[in-house]
Design a protein around this ligand. Structure first.
Ligand code: FAD
Ligand code: NAD
Length: 465
């Protein structure tokens, strides 16, 4: 096969890699992207998008079940709700299919050449790709490593049979009667809640003494209450030991030394993800590491000239929008623009019930950084729109410097609050002060009014509490 030469080669077409390649193509950079699975990577195929589709379907189903049981104050009635999970999965696959096709056509529109196969470095400028029709050698002036991440496997619960990762959970065609979930982080809670709503008896085992350790307990309390209301048992401070000898249960030991036998048809292991740093010829290179991740600087340069790395392979937070922002930046740097990582905050959204959003510093982080702060918190129970949506649980909280009122962070928990992450992000990124947020007219009736009210509260004169 004829050797390809190009200015930019991107390895991996997840959100980091495909955005990098599209932007480079738009800027006229001669670009090739290699992907061994499907365009869109983890996020579009087995991560963000399919999980949100299943979460939405589960929400709708749970609402219908509640209506059928007469638990509906609005007077809506429903009869005998049922779910055909195979059909739900087919609907979800339709969405991911449309999106991955969309990524391919955007790459083509930007003039990017797509090579399908596993890429392996031969040296710092050359990569060989095992394609269906033989080996394709690609020589590039610049190479971007965007190989992403994979689920962490526990030695006592290797994936296979009834032990599944998020990928397995997102392709189940029957709702498991009993589901054990190991890990109460992002995936464990998002999918654990979804399967509880679909009708599974869910038990969550978490090693630490709290759920969602990344967020403060004020933010996670409404989620804990919802878990309890759905009958999900959460075992905190509990160690998993492995499957029982007959394979019918998960064995665990609680913090107080009590042995627990959790009957389970499926065991979903969600104890974190690890960067994909093997399988692409790292041994042929001299790349510095930062723990288990590839070390990068503020321009995503690795320790080797002309080699960049972006996305999950470069560290926390392992989020799609961070990978995309890095990808866009690197494409612009390679095209000759002056760019470096200058973001004030990377929003984090947990699509639990209710949803949690955090942008910038929490009160504890601000205090730990030695800041004198003002905090304003406004509950959705005092927001008219939230009442009309039966979504009164939760609040918006703003954290600002006490002296000049510069907003340091904004957090919130509530139904549908993920959509407020944009407003929170812009406020932090643009260096808003409390007065800027309070002085912006927020449309009525919307949940976003809680944002303006939280700023007013921090200024000492909230109107609706
Ligand atoms: P990836 O998306 O992992 O893509 C890497 C790509 O590289 C893959 O397609 C892989 O096949 C390819 N590749 C690897 N090695 C090679 C090779 N040698 N040759 C060729 N190709 C190769 N993040 C959010 O921000 N919001 C969410 O709601 C969210 N939900 C998630 C839900 C789940 C269940 C999971 C698992 C993850 C979720 N994430 C979410 C995380 C998000 O998916 C990742 O942060 C994001 O996909 C990282 O993008 P990336 O480009 O770094 O890597
Ligand atoms: P996570 O890091 O969010 O949570 C893992 C949890 O497992 C932690 O609470 C940890 O204490 C616990 N744990 C670890 N070892 C354990 C053990 N042996 N027994 C019991 N509990 C154990 O990891 P995840 O849920 O697998 O998600 C991986 C990553 O994917 C996230 O960190 C995030 O970057 C990304 N993601 C993001 C979203 C989103 O943005 N909404 C959604 C899903 C995934």
């Amino acid at each position: 096969m004829k050797e390809i030469t190009c200015k930019l080669l991107v390895i991996g077409a997840g959100p980091g890699g495909y955005v990098c390649a599209i932007r480079a193509g738009q800027l006229g950079v001669d670009t090739v992207i290699v992907e061994m699975a499907k365009p869109g990577g983890t996020c579009l195929n087995i991560g963000c998008i399919p999980s949100k589709a299943i979460i939405h379907a589960a929400d709708d189903f749970a609402k219908t079940v509640a209506m059928a049981a007469g638990r509906n104050a609005m007077g809506i009635k429903a009869d005998n709700p049922a779910i055909d999970l195979a059909k739900t999965m087919a609907w979800k696959d339709g969405i991911t299919g449309r999106l991955t096709m969309g990524v391919s056509s955007l790459l083509k529109k930007a003039g990017v050449k797509i090579v399908v196969g596993r890429a392996k470095f031969r040296d710092g400028k050359t990569v060989a790709v095992e394609t269906e029709t033989g080996e394709q050698v690609i020589r590039a002036e610049n190479i971007v490593i965007a190989t992403g991440s994979a689920p962490v496997e526990l030695p006592m619960l290797p994936f296979g049979g009834k032990v599944i990762s998020s990928t397995g959970a997102l392709s189940l065609t029957e709702v498991p009667e009993r589901l054990a979930v190991v890990g109460a982080g992002y995936i464990g809670l998002e999918l654990g809640l979804a399967f509880a709503k679909l009708g599974s008896k869910v038990t969550i085992v978490e090693a630490l003494d709290r759920i969602l350790p990344l967020y403060d307990t004020q933010l996670t309390q409404p989620v804990a209450r919802r878990l309890a209301a759905l009958g999900v048992e959460v075992l905190l401070g509990t160690k998993v030991k492995g499957p029982s000898s007959n394979g019918e249960a998960l064995l665990a030991e609680t913090g107080s030394g009590e042995e627990r036998r959790i009957a389970a048809d499926r065991i979903l292991v969600t104890v974190g993800r690890k960067p994909v740093t093997e399988g692409w010829g790292r041994e042929e290179l001299e790349l510095d590491m930062d723990g288990r991740f590839l070390r990068i600087d503020e321009q995503c340069r690795t320790s080797m000239r002309g080699i960049y790395a972006i996305g999950d392979v470069t560290g926390e937070p392992m989020l799609a929008h961070r990978a995309m922002a890095q990808g866009e930046m690197v494409a612009e740097i390679i095209s000759g623009k002056r760019r470096s990582w200058d973001k004030r905050a990377i929003p984090a959204v947990c699509f639990t019930d209710p949803e949690i959003v955090s942008v910038g510093m929490s009160p504890d982080e601000a205090k730990a950084a030695g800041r004198e702060i003002k905090i304003g918190q406004f509950p959705f129970s005092a927001n008219g729109r939230a009442m009309t949506l039966s979504a009164e649980e939760g609040f918006v909280r703003v954290v600002a410097r006490a002296d000049n009122h510069l907003v340091l962070g904004i957090q919130g928990v509530g139904a549908g609050i993920s959509e407020l992450s944009a407003a929170f992000g812009i406020a932090v990124e643009m260096g808003a002060r409390l007065e800027d947020i309070a002085g912006t007219i927020h449309a009525h009736p919307t949940q976003s009014e809680a944002f303006a009210e939280s700023a007013l509260k921090a200024l000492g004169h909230a109107l609706h509490v």
